[in-house]
Design a binder for this molecule. Structure first.
Ligand code: NDP
Length: 505
């Protein structure tokens, strides 16, 4: 027998088609609460979309530990080889709105929520090992350039390249964005990186700096700009289609989870700042150490409940995993949780996607607030404050305290001291890692993207590319020269600032 349709309060409905009217011709009676409730719910079906990473695809899976790394971390997730921990993954584009096409050129978010015994550990990364800026002060401005112009409501290449030209630290990430990795075929064919430097500590209280890498076992695969354009003309949902079908058909994508490790003493020996999010740690100096295998194998039964409501935050670490002095990471520890409180509400961590799964789940003295639909769970009904005299009440556990983080130096607003440091790694990527065909596609993609910009922005960006390598500048210049320009671009005048900003000494 089918179920009875009810109101949200459980009262059975006599009809789901005909409103309550005075006679055949209406009007509708105010007391038709069942109709009012239905309409009111429709008005509330949308929640604020994420300011960034609005378009996403998600699924469940598990991380299995394949190698012992207990010498670096006492986190329970790594405690034994063979240990499996359930994972919720969400991948996303950054700039597009919730309805944006999946196969657009953009950085991809690569977020993982590990439901560990000690609470949730969130690895909120990207498919790139670096980022556009190294200081959170620049983040809102950067995102404004990726979003719509306030007057035209259009995306603006002029704004993007103007900003990047003024922030040469961006050129590493812009190069990756314009390379083949700028349009992965779907989430299975891309790597994930924690990008920031994090830390781990072991049972002896020794701290190590670490980078997280999830290397695709499906191999890298990508769409060229032309292929993506054709594909988007046919479907805007290519990632969702691929991912959903892959999991329904039992073709489970996998990634090898690796870390790079740097001792506290080695930080001072590097020619670059290991806490700068625009830099990688060279594999030659810091080889990848295998940790485990991530397998994604289950579509969520409800997209909104588990993917739209998923709230990943770098602030979610567990004992044995910690932060680093990375300025961007420190800011994200604030801003992600803050964004979720705004978007989902005070108790967003209690939603099914976000609630820790291991018992005992959560015990704290936070009280009340919107959507408080779960009991206080402090261990005793009289324990709604602390300190208290109740033996059963939840208490802090000093044994999970992090080893002291050594901090020294004078407080100031620093930038990088070495003006060439922003170009060294991207030079290696373009001139040594990429082959000739990849370089040609990079030049074509970048030249095409900047073609609509004004001459002043083009020249400032060429100067950044020249600092990376003269061949890089020449290659992109050639493409731009043959591409149609933008007749709406601002004219170059004597007052137009040319040249990149010199980093502060
Ligand atoms: P390696 O030769 O050991 O590593 C090069 C890396 O580049 C590989 O991990 C490869 O990924 C990756 N790669 C290849 N093509 C691209 C692309 N189009 N966009 C982004 N990454 C790409 O050299 P190093 O470690 O000395 O690094 C050299 C440069 O490679 C760096 O300056 C950086 O730009 C880039 N890189 C370095 C990474 C690192 O963590 N060291 C990570 C990613 C990029 P894969 O293994 O998947 O083929």
């Amino acid at each position: 027998m089918s179920k009875r349709l009810t109101t949200t309060a459980g009262a059975p409905l006599p009809s789901n088609e005909h409103s309550l009217t005075a006679g055949q011709r209406g009007p509708v009676l105010m007391q038709d609460y069942q109709l009012l409730e239905k309409l009111a719910h429709q008005n509330r079906e949308r929640i604020p979309e994420r300011t960034v990473h609005a378009k996403g695809w998600g699924a469940f899976g598990a991380l299995t530990i394949t190698k012992d790394i207990s010498r670096y971390s006492c986190a329970k997730i790594f405690s034994e080889v063979g240990k499996r921990t359930e994972v919720l993954a969400r991948w996303s584009t950054v700039a597009g709105e919730a309805g944006a096409a999946d196969a657009e050129r953009d950085v991809r978010g690569f977020s993982l929520k590990f439901y560990t015994e000690d609470g949730n550990w969130d690895m909120v990364g990207n498919n790139t090992p670096v980022f556009f800026v190294r200081d959170a002060y620049k983040f809102p401005d950067f995102i404004h350039t990726q979003k719509r112009h306030p007057a035209t409501n259009l995306r603006s290449p002029e704004a993007m390249f103007d900003f990047w030209a003024g922030q040469p630290e961006s050129v590493h990430q812009v190069t990756i964005l314009m390379s083949d990795r700028g349009i992965p075929k779907n989430p299975a064919h891309m790597n994930g990186y924690g990008s920031h430097t994090y830390s781990m500590w072991n049972a002896e209280g020794e701290r190590f700096w670490v980078k997280f890498h999830f290397k695709t076992q499906q191999g890298h695969d990508f769409h060229t700009a032309e292929e993506a354009e054709t594909l988007i003309g046919k479907t805007r949902e290519s990632y969702q289609e691929d991912l959903y079908a892959m999991l329904e058909e039992g073709r489970y994508p996998k990634w090898t989870f690796c870390i790079q490790v740097m001792s506290e003493e080695d930080v001072a020996k590097q020619g670059f700042n290991p806490f700068d999010l625009t830099k990688v740690w060279p594999h030659g100096d810091f080889p990848l150490i295998e940790v485990g295998e991530l397998e994604i194998n289950r579509n969520p039964e409800n997209y909104f409940m588990y993917v739209e409501n998923a709230a990943f935050s770098p602030s979610n670490v567990v004992p044995g995993i910690g932060f680093s002095p990375d300025k961007m990471l420190q800011a994200r520890v604030f801003s992600y949780a803050d964004a979720h409180r705004y978007r989902l509400g005070t108790h967003y961590e209690a939603l099914p996607a976000n609630a820790p799964k291991a018992a005992p789940a959560t015990h704290n003295y936070h009280k009340d607030g919107g959507m408080r639909f779960f009991p206080p769970n402090t261990g005793h009904p009289d324990a709604y404050y602390e300190p208290n005299q109740l033996a059963e009440a939840a208490r802090a556990d000093g044994t999970v305290a992090e080893p002291p983080l050594r901090i020294d130096g004078d407080a100031a607003r620093y930038d990088q001291a070495d003006p060439d440091a922003d170009y060294v790694q991207v030079r290696a990527l373009v001139m040594e890692v990429m082959d000739e065909d990849e370089r040609a596609r990079l030049y074509r993609n970048m030249g095409g993207a900047m073609a609509p910009c004004s001459d002043s922005v083009k020249e400032r960006w060429f100067e950044v590319l020249r600092r990376v390598h003269p061949d890089y500048e020449a290659g992109v210049r050639k493409v731009v020269a043959s591409a149609p320009g933008d007749t709406n671009a601002l004219p170059v005048t004597e007052d137009t600032p040319l040249g990149v900003r010199e980093p502060a000494e």
